[in-house]
Design a protein around this ligand. Structure first.
Ligand code: PLP
Length: 502
């Protein structure tokens, strides 16, 4: 199977190249030229497999330049019962709200308690094997600018992986106390964590500048290293996300929630559009999905886009209690548009250029029609998010985080509006304990807030009786290893010094 760039169809690469390179030279994103087709027989055969078995099947159909042993090795190392707190890394939890059944796909049982682990636990293994096939003998240097979850998940994924080094930059005042502590206590011989005096954009711009400075690339090359990327436009991060939708469907059948062949709806709290796109890709392979419900917080650029066909990022930016969805440019939407325009690289390129220059584009009527047919967009604000957490907990004793609550709220809106009662799988993207303050205030409005993050975690646990995930509980007694803070102009020197190639 080969991959093309969304902005130039003639740029064609292997899976290993797509993963090693991260992004195409023309600025486009790599997409598979076709999708493997899973008919009834294939899907039925997956019912009997466990998560790892299902993952191996999907990976081997997309990564045709990998051997079976290589895929086996990646999957076995990534999805262990130890790392994911049980045999199934992506289990379903069954609850309900106002008489509607909610099938919650809990994607946060990994080492950093956010769904990004599902991809970032396997990406390092896919990447080192891809590098071996394409740039043999070199060490990959992963630079990450993070607003919280990605940085920690990438650190945990890449720690002590041979032939890789990882450096994470985060805005000094732009992440939650828990997220900062998670990163600063990171273990591993090949990791570095550094705060930036500035905001997330400064960190991101600094990383991009380092990536694209030829003189730095030459220095790395002289020392047998090259830059690589772990962010969500890398195909190696999207592919692992297809697996859990297929797996969830199998589990729904095995649990007797649906009959084999029945359709499901999928509900996803969305930021960069990676997670929901993976569910759409699963449907292109034959997974029976009726509607893709795209949930946003007050940064509702996607809701407007789905409803009008106009993407317009020229609007107020809100800092919300679901920070991983505080995004105005959803990068992976580009992949959807390429597909829906009939693999039209020219028009995709036009829209992306308009987005860069004017912050706005409008898709064709044909594309609008397909989007409206397959997708539903909705949003809710922080007050509605907290009300949903409260209601779900007080009615059914199910505790969810702020991002998941946005999804549940929008799902309720969807059912209200359409009356569609197709069974829904709702993606739950983080442990409530990653956002203890907002969750605590939601379940016990007006309660006295403890001072430290860990006291809030304890209070929330006492109040709800829900177990604190071991990786978060264990952080309490860890001391910080990293305390560097640099100005964004000093990032270049920091990187070179960290790699000992000044
Ligand atoms: C990253 C993230 C999201 C958004 O996922 P996308 O794939 O970027 O749409 C939602 N919730 C949490 C907790 C996240 O970390």
């Amino acid at each position: 199977m080969l991959y093309s760039s969304t902005q130039n169809k003639n740029e064609v690469v292997s899976a290993a190249q797509a993963i090693a390179q991260g992004i195409s030279k023309d600025g486009g994103l790599f997409v598979p030229q076709e999708f493997p087709q899973y008919d009834e027989a294939v899907l039925k055969s997956l019912l009997k497999e466990d998560y790892r078995g299902r993952a191996k099947k999907v990976f081997s159909d997309f990564l045709t330049d990998f051997t079976e042993e290589e895929i086996d090795d990646c999957v076995t190392k990534a999805y262990t019962a130890e790392k994911f707190d049980g045999e199934n890394p992506a289990p379903l939890a069954f609850t309900s709200l106002d008489g509607k059944e909610l099938n919650i796909l809990e994607l946060w049982h990994g080492p950093t308690c956010a769904f990004k682990d599902m991809a970032l636990q396997i990406l390092p293994h896919l990447l080192t094997k891809s590098l071996k096939k394409t740039y043999d003998g070199k060490d990959a240097v992963i630079l990450v600018a993070t607003s919280g979850d990605t940085g920690k998940a990438a650190l945990e994924g890449f720690k002590d992986v041979d032939h890789t080094k990882i450096i994470v930059f985060y805005p000094v005042n732009g992440v939650s106390p828990m997220q900062k502590h998670q990163m600063n206590t990171q273990e591993g011989e090949n990791v570095k964590v550094c705060a930036i005096e500035g905001n997330f954009d400064d960190a991101q711009t600094g990383v991009k500048r380092i990536f694209t400075t030829p003189e730095i690339a030459e220095k790395l090359a002289e020392n047998n290293m090259l830059f690589s990327s772990a962010n969500s436009i890398n195909w190696g991060r999207l592919l692992p996300q297809i697996v859990y939708y297929i797996s969830a469907y199998c589990d729904m059948v095995n649990e007797g929630k649906i009959a084999f062949g029945d359709k499901i709806n999928v509900v996803v709290p969305t930021g960069n559009f990676g997670n929901i796109l993976a569910s759409y890709y699963a449907s292109l392979m034959g997974l029976p999905v009726n509607k893709f419900i795209c949930a946003s917080n007050s940064n509702n650029v996607l809701t407007d886009f789905i409803n009008t066909g106009v993407y317009d990022k020229n609007r107020q930016f809100y800092t919300t209690m679901s920070p991983s969805m505080d995004i105005l440019v959803s990068s992976n939407l580009e992949r959807l548009l390429y597909k829906l325009s009939g693999n039209d690289d020219k028009v995709t390129c036009e829209w992306m250029t308009a987005l860069k220059t004017e912050g706005k584009y409008e898709v064709t009527d044909d594309v609008k029609a397909v989007i409206r047919d397959k997708f539903f967009g909705g949003f809710c604000d922080d007050a509605q998010t907290q009300a949903t957490i409260n209601k779900l907990f007080s009615e059914n004793n199910y505790l969810c985080d702020t991002h998941t609550a946005v999804a549940v709220n929008v799902y309720e809106q969807y059912v209200e509006k359409t009356g569609d009662n197709t069974p829904a799988v709702i993606a739950s993207t983080a442990s409530p304990y990653k956002f203890s303050k907002a969750v605590l205030q939601a379940v016990a409005p007006g309660c006295e807030l403890p001072e430290t993050e860990f006291d809030m975690v304890d209070k929330l646990s006492k109040l709800t009786g829900m177990k604190v995930p071991a990786p978060l509980a264990g952080l309490k007694n860890k001391t910080a290893r990293f305390s560097d803070v640099v100005k964004s102009e000093e990032m270049r020197d920091y990187v070179l010094k960290s790699l000992s190639i000044e």
